[in-house]
Design a protein around this ligand. Sequence first.
Ligand SMILES: [Fe+2]
Ligand SMILES: [Fe+2]
Length: 257
Amino acid sequence: MTTFDFRRDAMAMTSLERAEAAEHAMSQELDRIVVKSAIYTSGERDPRQPLPPQQSQGKLYMMGHDPRLPLMPEKPTLFDFFKLRFGPSAHVLQSARLARKNGVGEKIVLGCLLHDISAMGFIRGDHGYWGAQLVEPYVDEEVSWAIRHHQVLRFFPDEAYGYKYPDSYIRLFGADYQPEPHIQEAHRRAREHKWYESSRLITVNDLYSFDPNVKVELEEFTDVVGRHFRQPKEGLGFDQSPSAHMWRTINHPTKYL
Ligand SMILES: [Fe+2]
Ligand SMILES: [Fe+2]
């Protein structure tokens, strides 16, 4: 199967077929030299050190699509990113379904659907802030504000909303973990904000553990996304918005420049 076929059939294939196709594409020799950005490797290596010399053998450097990944449509939508670039989305899908079941407004359902997209497909550290920036040009300010602050609010219980400090955070970070001072301050400020509740509702519906037997389809939220996410006609990444470059980086993560 060629890379082109992979694109055409990506939606129709089962996950096993997709995995096999990806493996096949990966095993083919790349005709471009791939360099990972420092941020992908910093920590594993000291970013101040020069990169090991590449054997170029006449090859050019990657300047666009990486054939080890499924090809995105020319005008990618939010759902294309979910299906072709983001990691498993059961957590956000189940959180959005729970939010809807709990009767929150559609904007909060959208916030729940998008709240962890940075951790799923871009950058984990400070994922609330990165995620908010990704979607900021396309959603109401309240939604991006809520996504930005959910990361901070997760560390602080609020009994008024029945929100407890997550047990999973004790397992992940230890019982004595204390958020850094700038997170404490962000929490104090968020408490005073008119949209505090919107962000708090994301944390309330942020499932700690999702049920592997429950399958929620992305299409369950087509209507909410259609009404509250302003999909650019040029496609995410190609619309000159302040975050277009971030979507392009997710689309083409190994581009040299
Ligand atoms: Fe999160
Ligand atoms: Fe989450």
